[in-house]
Write a protein that binds this ligand. Structure first.
Ligand SMILES: Cc1cc2nc3c(=O)[nH]c(=O)nc-3n(C[C@H](O)[C@H](O)[C@H](O)COP(=O)(O)O)c2cc1C
Length: 329
């Protein structure tokens, strides 16, 4: 696999992403992928919110936005997968180039803007999946939706995916959809949660729902979110999405790129937010994500209070060997 990783590094990031995932899918279809993956991890089964996870390590949203690679990614040893973000209507996202990798600094900056094929396409893939592990679905709003329509977008996705998902994530934290992060504000969040609760009652929703937050919010905002979640039907929090802070980046050109930063520089801030939430709420179900590049990072998230941990950038930069490194004894 490391040979392929070297080749993929030469390609533009978005092409590398689709070619590498398509190659995994081909290997899976030819029944060859199992020969490249390690399966004999010790039993790390983990029970959480009524779900049984093979282990506590999963993929973060964005890696497989349309659910095209569920079976192949599932074969790599992850304990669960989160697909999406999906929106009611298909959309192209921002103009290219919009993903930038920095291998020296273990970082990615992206301003994709929720490019995806729409919720119906994703649901079709969810129905076809053979993977028997946990699959969460991350839902969002179309770029052109604002006000009430933006709330309705979440409701449309919730209704369409709930029968085919093990849990659902409400994404209010992408920095690349204008004004989406306004949903962190107390009043807006209350309106969103109450609309979600009404819809959930209507459709007899019986799976957990998480809210995925930004790492760039103040403690005051976090306090409001913790209270809002604790007092509502929402199950828990995913902390965090990418950051708009570029202060730690060393490369002067990379620093100037617009978009959300993920990878090693996000580790401290996202873990700080996770730990803050855990200290305020001992029993809040929590999924930690942001900057996991090693086994140590994985356990730092667990020690900070994460029930589950997700990765994206670490998987892209280090490849599938990172899964083995984290999960082996
Ligand atoms: C290219 C790219 C696309 C992403 N797309 C999404 C997305 O669609 N929805 C979402 O909730 N998070 C998305 N994320 C954020 C990740 O899920 C994750 O929260 C963030 O990258 C921090 O984790 P990491 O440092 O392990 O990458 C994306 C991240 C990257 C790098």
């Amino acid at each position: 696999m490391s040979f392929f990783l070297k080749i993929f590094k030469l390609l533009p990031p978005e092409s590398a992403h689709s070619i590498s995932l398509s190659s995994l899918k081909l290997l899976y279809k030819l029944k060859l992928l199992k020969f490249f993956t390690k399966k004999d991890f010790k039993n790390n089964e983990y029970h959480f919110e009524g779900m049984i996870f093979k282990n506590q390590l999963g993929t973060a949203a964005g890696l497989d936005k349309n659910g095209d690679f569920i079976d192949a990614l599932g074969e790599l040893g992850f304990g669960f997968l989160e697909v999406g973000t999906t929106t009611p209507l298909p959309q192209d996202g921002n103009s290219k180039p919009r993903v930038f990798r920095n291998y020296n600094e273990n970082s990615i900056i992206n301003r994709l803007g929720f490019n995806n094929k729409g919720v119906d396409y994703l649901v079709n893939n969810l129905k076809k999946r053979k993977y028997t592990g946990i699959v969460g679905v991350n839902i969002g709003a179309n770029k052109t939706s604002s006000g009430k329509q933006r709330i309705d977008d979440f409701l449309i996705c919730l209704e369409k995916v709930h029968k085919f998902a093990d849990y659902i994530t409400i994404n209010i934290s992408s920095p690349n959809t204008p004004n989406l992060r306004e949903l962190h504000n107390e009043e807006n969040l209350k309106i969103l949660i109450s609309a979600l609760e009404k819809k959930s009652n209507e459709i007899n929703l019986n799976i957990p729902i998480f809210i995925k937050i930004s790492p760039d919010e103040s403690e005051q905002v976090l306090d409001n979110i913790i209270t809002a979640v604790s007092e509502s039907f929402i199950t828990g929090i995913i902390a965090t999405n990418t950051t708009t802070s570029k202060l730690k980046i060393k490369d002067d050109e990379f620093k100037l790129i617009e978009g959300g930063l993920s990878g090693q520089y996000l580790m401290d801030e996202s873990t700080k937010k996770l730990s803050y939430i855990r200290n305020k709420s001992n029993n809040m179900p929590l999924i930690g994500v942001g900057g996991v590049m090693s086994k140590n990072d994985f356990f730092e998230k667990i020690d900070a209070g994460a029930n589950l941990v997700q990765l994206y950038t670490g998987f892209i930069i280090k490849g599938p060997s990172l899964i083995i490194q984290i999960l082996k004894d």
